[in-house]
Design a protein around this ligand. Structure first.
Ligand code: KIV
Ligand code: ZN
Length: 520
């Protein structure tokens, strides 16, 4: 089957509605507009922009998204109540292609809440879908908790909604209860059984409570669904929804067994994933499929060696296809010699076999103590194997500070083997300390970055401090960790100065066996 013969599956994104319903995830008005624009740009067919009756803010966001969006259908959610539907229509009516999505919980548990009998609910569905259809040509209807609704009743209400004018019937697995075989079977049987089913699009909307949302959505497509409801990063109530990036990439990579296409520009996936993570305040877990930090990262020696020889050994898609610059081979305790040599080359360092052996021993020792070994650590190892000890060492630091006046730092350092000390005042303990360091080792380096992070929680947490220095276009970074933030700051500053010294050849020692260009 060629690409053009494949069935098209419509992507319905509900990041701004179901995704925003995740406890703790809220987006500002402007952020919603930005995400809607990114969704439209990446080729999402339908954007569920919000729940207009829920709040004034939701109404404004849906209206403005409807007004601005160039290509996608703009949909709003409404309960099975006439005022909800009217409000929804008010919000979406200015879209180039508006849609009203109305729903009601049809399972026994959900019918019990408004205390409606089956007949009363059926009547409500008939009335509300008809009302929506009188306002808008494009109506979607959902029996919430469809997967726990009695089969006969589900068929009955779906038929009513189709007759009342719904053109899309969404079958939500609201509580993430179904399994792939059931998901496919349910859609297939509905299409076979319900009169009029051939004239509408069936949609699948899966929650991830058992971690099966993506599998269930794809199974539903195999059963005949042609609209997948999903969110960026799988955001959504409880364990979330089907993740857009997962279904889209699964269809792309496994087109051999799932011959369906989407209109999504997959190269835009990573960017929107990062934006949604930032604006929603829900960071993406490292090992999340497609968009996690580790999705294209390989640390073990065997994997890194394979990747260096042929990327297909451990990657089933290219990072570039989802908008990532390339595979990363982070160095850690599982990395092998081949990866270390590749990293050194990337950093512009050529070493002979003997020196590589030497660096590798030090690298393993460091990796045992440190979770991730960064580029600067590698460069430091290289210089350590060729240049001996650091020129500047912290020996002692005492700082007096408080509300009474300027802070005072008394500092002792060993500089090229010689003990030196200085006392300096400053605007706070870190300023006083850095000034004392500069008194003992005068330099022109400009402090470009000073950043403190707590590694763990609590007042006794280790502080990791990063310092970036710039001198005549040369950049050096230093890091250190200590339970005392000022000590960590002094060490990080000295660390950066040592690197600067090495890089500028100020120690005057020979650089044997290696040549490296400036990498920063
Ligand atoms: O999960 C669900 O059932 C929903 C409906 C409103 C479609 O989000
Ligand atoms: Zn949902």
């Amino acid at each position: 089957m060629t690409q053009t013969e494949k069935d098209r599956v419509v992507i319905f994104d509900t990041t701004l509605r179901d995704g925003e319903q995740s406890p703790g995830a809220t987006m500002t008005h402007d952020e919603k507009l930005e995400i809607a624009e990114l969704l439209d740009d990446m080729g999402v067919d339908i954007i569920e922009a919000g729940f207009p009756i829920a709040s004034e803010g939701d109404f404004r966001a849906v209206s403005e998204i409807a007004h601005r969006t160039k290509d996608a259908v703009i949909c709003g959610l409404a309960r099975a109540q006439l005022p909800d539907i009217d409000r929804c229509w008010e919000a979406v009516k200015n879209a180039k292609q508006p849609r009203i999505h109305t729903f009601i919980g049809t399972s026994p548990l959900h019918r019990a809440i408004p205390n409606l009998t089956k007949d009363e609910m059926a009547e409500r569905i008939e009335q509300t879908v008809t009302h929506a259809r009188n306002l808008c040509d494009n109506v979607q209807w959902s029996p919430m908790d469809a997967t726990r609704t009695e089969w006969d009743y589900l068929c009955r209400v779906v038929e009513i909604a189709i007759k009342a004018g719904a053109s899309t019937i969404n079958i939500p697995d609201t509580v993430g209860y179904t399994a792939p075989v059931e998901s496919a079977d349910l859609i297939r049987r509905l299409i076979e059984t319900v009169p009029g089913a051939d004239d509408v699009v069936f949609a699948t909307h899966c929650h991830n409570d058992l971690g099966m949302a993506t599998a269930n959505a794809l199974a539903a497509v195999a059963g005949g669904a042609r609209q997948i409801e999903c969110t960026i990063n799988g955001l959504g109530e409880r364990a979330g929804n089907t993740a857009l990036e997962e279904v889209v990439m699964a269809l792309k990579v496994r087109g051999d067994i799932m011959p369906y296409t989407t209109g999504i520009d997959t190269k835009k996936i990573m960017h929107i994933s990062r934006r949604v993570a930032t604006v929603s305040g829900f960071p993406v877990q490292f090992n999340k499929a497609i968009v996690g930090k580790n999705a294209f990262a390989h640390e073990s020696g065997i994997h890194q060696d394979g990747m260096l020889k042929n990327a297909e050994t451990f990657e089933i898609m290219r990072p570039e296809d989802v908008g990532i610059a390339g595979t990363s081979l982070p160095l850690g305790k599982h990395s092998g010699r081949a990866a270390l040599r590749a990293k050194l080359r990337e950093l512009g360092v050529e070493v002979g076999d003997n020196q590589l052996k030497d660096i590798f021993v030090r690298f393993k020792d460091l990796a045992d103590r440190k979770k991730e070994v960064f580029d600067d650590d590698i460069l430091a190892l290289v210089t350590a194997t060729t240049e001996g000890d650091d020129a500047l060492q912290l020996v002692n630091l005492k700082v007096v500070c408080g509300t009474g006046g300027p802070a005072e730092a008394t500092l002792e350092m060993e500089i090229n083997g010689e003990d030196k000390s200085a006392v300096s005042e400053g605007d706070g303990p870190v300023d006083a300390t850095f000034k004392a360091i500069r008194m003992l080792h005068p330099n022109k380096a400009r402090l470009q970055l000073y950043q403190v992070n707590a590694v763990t929680e609590g007042t006794d947490a280790q502080a990791t401090v990063s310092v970036r220095l710039e001198e005549d276009g040369m950049i050096a970074t230093g890091q250190s960790a200590d339970t005392d933030t000022v000590v960590a700051s002094a060490k990080a500053y000295i660390h950066a100065l040592n690197r600067l010294i090495v890089r500028r050849g100020k120690t005057g020692k020979d650089v044997k066996e290696i040549s490296y260009r400036d990498v920063t």
